[in-house]
Design a protein around this ligand. Structure first.
Ligand code: CTP
Length: 433
């Protein structure tokens, strides 16, 4: 957990993340309104004992001053590629290699494009090209720039090369529009940096799920009626996101396919955003093969037949009747026997009455291995809330499923416990074979 304590400069550093102690972070601040958040990030990293060296691009300097960056990082700020002093004191090659991790925040569309193309015409792009260290980017830009195929291609190229990404989040943007493009919050970037070092820590030995691929679905799906209306449900995505985060923390290469949600992207997880059930199915099938699948999404059971291309108007004098068609069952599809069936498929059962009995029938009907059953009835606060009371049902070939009742826990704890149970199961299977 990230500490919320505020710490004055003279206070002792907060040590919730001892793993950051002594880590050398090279932070590249490019030009964007979100650059002010990078000042908070520097402060947080310093509080946890990390050493922060900053490259500030000329555009970045228009948003934050070198003086504030230098004061917070307690180091010189690097700005010029061709500065003789810097070249003699520390050339750009050494600058980029003397770090344990390079963080680009905010990562603008322009800088991402330069990185993807391998351009090196200023200090930031040159250091990024010359580094042999892992890179984490926190993109920030207008939503249309983020969604533009050029930016998406560049991000695809970079993640394909192993660059990690945190955000962007959806919400109100500085340009007055809204959508995906807000830089991740400093605490989220800090979390991603901590996860990076936790996963890379050599003394921890291989993590239990290292080398395994996990696929998690999360959030609601939305099914359009016309260009402005849709059918959806109350899922927040909180539980699915917590599971993806916990699996990644145990070392699984984790892909999260999620419907629209306000949840921050879990660090160290590849996130694929979709809207409809059909898109979720296609994204899941595209993400296979996987060793572990957890279907936590609240998939809309039906979609509208014949989505109107124009907004339905009231002035026709008739109330429209929506004809619905059933959506494919993603969990049942992924559970189907076959050579590519994942080794462990876990579903959820959202029930409002007779929770365990209904879940037992669902386990058999869907063909999955485990079901996490939860009561989502009115008054439980499960949908949209932070807590969850679940029962874990495990299919038993040729017999009744076993049922384990868990106490009421936070959704984060349910995610962590479930990830540990999954890893125990996977490791037990590996030691039997
Ligand atoms: N699920 C799915 N695809 C669907 C419907 C559900 O993958 N089209 C998955 C959910 O992600 C969850 C499980 O199936 O893991 C059970 O979902 P739930 O909503 O509880 O049940 P339904 O299958 O919708 O059945 P019912 O509405 O009768 O309870």
């Amino acid at each position: 957990m990230v500490s919320q304590r505020s710490v004055g400069r003279k206070d002792k550093p907060v040590t919730d993340f001892p793993i950051l102690g002594g880590k050398r972070i090279l932070l590249v601040i490019a030009g964007g309104i979100a650059a002010y958040k990078s000042l908070v990030l520097i402060r947080r990293l310093r509080e946890h004992g990390a050493l922060v060296r900053v490259i500030l691009t000329p555009a970045g300097e228009r948003f934050v001053t070198p003086l504030s960056v230098a004061a917070l990082s307690e180091d010189k700020v690097y700005q010029e590629l061709f500065s003789l002093t810097d070249e003699s004191e520390m050339g750009h090659i050494r600058l980029s290699r003397a770090a344990d991790l390079v963080v680009v925040a905010p990562a603008t569309a322009d800088l991402l494009a330069k990185m993807a193309a391998g351009l090196a015409d200023d200090l930031a792009s040159t250091a990024l090209l010359a580094t042999d260290k892992p890179i984490l980017v926190a993109p920030a830009m207008n939503a249309l720039m983020w969604e533009h195929p050029a930016t998406q291609t560049n991000i695809g190229i970079l993640t394909g090369r192993g660059v990690r990404r945190i955000g962007p989040n959806a919400g109100e943007l500085a340009c007055g529009e809204s959508g995906p493009g807000r830089m991740a919050e400093p605490e989220e970037i800090l979390g991603a940096i901590v996860s990076h070092f936790e996963m890379a820590a050599p003394d921890r030995g291989p993590l239990p799920l290292s080398g395994r691929r996990a696929l998690v679905t999360s959030g609601p799906t939305i099914e359009p009626i016309d260009p402005v209306r849709y059918i959806t449900n109350r899922s927040s995505g909180r539980q699915g996101h917590a599971i993806a985060r916990a699996l990644a923390r145990l070392g699984a290469q984790t892909i999260l396919v999620t419907g629209p949600t306000a949840e921050p992207e879990p660090p160290g997880v590849q996130v694929i955003r979709i809207e409809t059930a059909m898109q979720m199915l296609a994204a899941c099938q595209g993400a296979l093969p996987a060793d572990i699948v957890v279907c936590a999404a609240a998939v809309a059971d039906w979609r509208v037949k014949g989505i109107a291309d124009h907004k339905l108007k009231k002035d026709k004098g008739e109330t429209p009747l929506l004809e619905l068609v059933e959506n494919p069952d993603i969990l049942a599809t992924l559970s189907r026997p076959g050579p590519h069936r994942p080794g462990l498929v876990v579903g959820f059962a959202a029930e409002t009455q007779h929770v365990v009995e209904h879940a037992i029938r669902k386990l058999a009907r869907k063909g999955c291995d485990w079901i996490v059953a939860n009561d989502v009835g009115a008054g439980t606060g499960t949908f949209g809330g932070d807590r969850n009371t679940v029962h874990i049902l495990r299919a038993c070939h040729g017999g009744e499923p076993t049922v384990e009742d868990w106490p009421e826990l936070s959704k984060v704890s349910v995610g962590e416990r479930l990830a540990v149970a999954i890893s125990d199961h996977v490791l037990a299977g590996a030691s039997r074979s």
